[in-house]
Design a protein around this ligand. Sequence first.
Ligand code: PLP
Length: 449
Amino acid sequence: PTADSAAGQAVKAADRAHVFHSWSAQALIDPLAVAGAEGSYFWDYEGKRYLDFSSQLVNTNIGHQHPKVVAAIQEQAAKLCTIAPGFAQESRSEAARLIAERTPGDLDKIFFTNGGAEANENAIRMARLHTGRQKVLSTYRSYHGATANAIALTGDPRRWANETGVSGIVHFWGPYAYRSVFHATSEAQECERALAHLEQVIAFEGPGTVAAVILETVVGTAGILIPPPGYLAGVREICDRYGIVFILDEVMAGFGRTGEWFAADHWDVTPDLLTFAKGVNSGYVPLGGVAISGAIADTFAERPFPGGLTYSGHPLACASAVATINAMAEEGIVENARAIGEKVLGPGLRELAERHPSIGEVRGLGVFWALDLVKNRETREPLVPYNASGADNAPAAALAAACKQRGLWPFVNMNRFHVVPPCTITEEEAKTGLAILDEVLTLTDAHTV
Ligand code: PLP
């Protein structure tokens, strides 16, 4: 990277004058102007490089500017930039085939969207039409997107400002052994009690009214919560018993993030619908979708599916997905994510926990890890409170700022520090990030009592 302060200032000035940013009070933000990126790094106009431990919004699974994917987008652009969804088109057909080959079980039909929220919108539309029922159950501590239904499904504070009150969506508690709402003292007990709780919620909502249960296979932004063994199989069994559609949201967990193509592969569970986005093409061009079971696809064999998008199966997005999936397979990128998790991040983060009293729990898989930060290990009181406003989050904000100052781009959500680098990260890069974390965690340690 070379410095060009004047160019950076122009980019920043136009941004501040005209760009309206997501999730922000517009006058209170100070976005970094980014000049370029490659692999696990991006850099600003001052020439300062950042090691990306956030994968942007946890989507750059193959890192930045993968040459094979850049080339595939360029080739597709030269050939055919756009064509309506009604046509059969080469990159669309091939992306669908490559995804269907990797999704579990009989999830063999792919409906393409522009991102994750639209994937979830269409999954619940399919579930409601397939079952003739209206209610959808989702968990507290989840994120499913920012469109009307997807934000209503969401179980974090981003939902609060967006609820209409007539969503037909009911929340329940998923398993989270470290902060068990079931007063469980073991993972097995957490699993058993979480399943009994879901069963009871269904009983009281009326099994005949519930169209779908939707879960993130591994909860992402809301905490990197790994389901205990048996939980997903238990939900599958409950859904089967009541004729409820089981939807797994793999928008963040899919495409290598957990060290498998899909997180569901860790537990050998097949949902009826699986939603994806992000890692499918690392976000090089917006793309998401729903992988659909045979039974649900059959519902729409003779009856039209009442949903669609102008850009469903966009040729550039699909070409980038084809190149991404092929590069991931050829270069062993999923295997790298698993190995980095097992050999570097897992042991490295556990070692940090030995030295830093502000780390309450370390949990994760592949390149999908969280540090649950606490004020006190005994009481497990979170380092900062759970709220929507960011009030009292100064210790977490100071941790993030210290990372940035040292050239590490962090992902911080409430009292958690997520370690979510690209699946392509090298051992050396991962160790560089861990060394910076070791330095900055002394700041949060100072808040422990
Ligand atoms: N589902 C999960 C699990 C996510 O993490 C996200 C985004 O962070 C979404 C859905 C929404 O995806 P998008 O922002 O592409 O609409």
